[in-house]
Ligand binder design. Structure first.
Ligand code: APR
Length: 187
């Protein structure tokens, strides 16, 4: 799909992922799926115990959610059809190039796994937070490039999903996404 055509499929939003309309929102979870702070905390708080119940069922049937993988639950009290929980990589400080490249691959996988799971569940509008850029300390610019390129790659293979909302909670991430999307002619 030409990048130009992605203008009406990719939306950039400054705000709270639990407040923006979508079929499904993506949670930046941890492998335990038992909740946390950041966007994980917000989603569990707003969604209520139904989400944790579903996560516990997933835990007992498949075990933990590996980094880069995604699972799906109900959305509880929130006005979405579902929540997709994915686990991003923790940024590896230090000089180890292989570790950094591996973390980049896992972050891309988290986006692709979530998009594929949304399509599998016939969910056409999906909202992403800026996965791994908070507590997991992934560099924001690099994470944004990985996220946007992963979505572009998905749209080259499938046009099932109608809209991907990138929800930026912080100004810094919003400006980074705005610059990259502008450079690519998608905004
Ligand atoms: N809506 C949208 N984005 C949000 C919200 C919200 N309500 N709250 C926080 N964010 C943003 C953060 O500002 C950050 O840009 O989500 C991005 C991801 O940050 P984290 O939530 O810290 O997620 P991550 O860096 O992937 O770390 C995951 O944090 O909460 C724990 O259980 C979680 O262990 C896991 C770790």
């Amino acid at each position: 799909m030409k990048l130009e055509n992605l203008k009406n499929k990719i939306v950039l939003v400054k705000g709270d992922i639990t407040e923006y309309p979508a079929d499904v929102i993506v949670n930046a979870a941890n492998s335990s799926l038992m909740g946390g702070s950041g966007v994980d905390g917000a989603i569990h708080r707003k969604g209520g115990k139904e989400i944790l119940e579903d996560c516990m069922k997933i835990r007992s049937s498949q075990g933990k959610c590996n980094v880069g993988e995604a699972v799906i639950t109900r959305a509880g009290n929130m006005p979405f059809k579902n929540v997709i929980h994915t686990v991003g990589p923790v940024w590896q400080l230090g000089k180890n190039k292989e570790k950094k490249l591996f973390a980049e691959k896992l972050l891309k996988k988290a986006y692709i796994s979530s998009l594929e799971l949304a399509e599998k569940n016939k969910l056409k509008i999906i909202s992403f937070p800026n996965i791994s850029t908070g507590i997991y300390r992934f560099p924001k610019e690099l994470a944004a490039k990985i996220a946007i390129n992963a979505v572009i790659e998905y749209f080259e293979k499938s046009d099932f999903i109608e809209k991907v909302n990138f929800i930026c909670f912080e100004d810094e991430n919003f400006e980074i996404y705005q610059n990259i999307l502008n450079e690519k002619g998608i905004m």
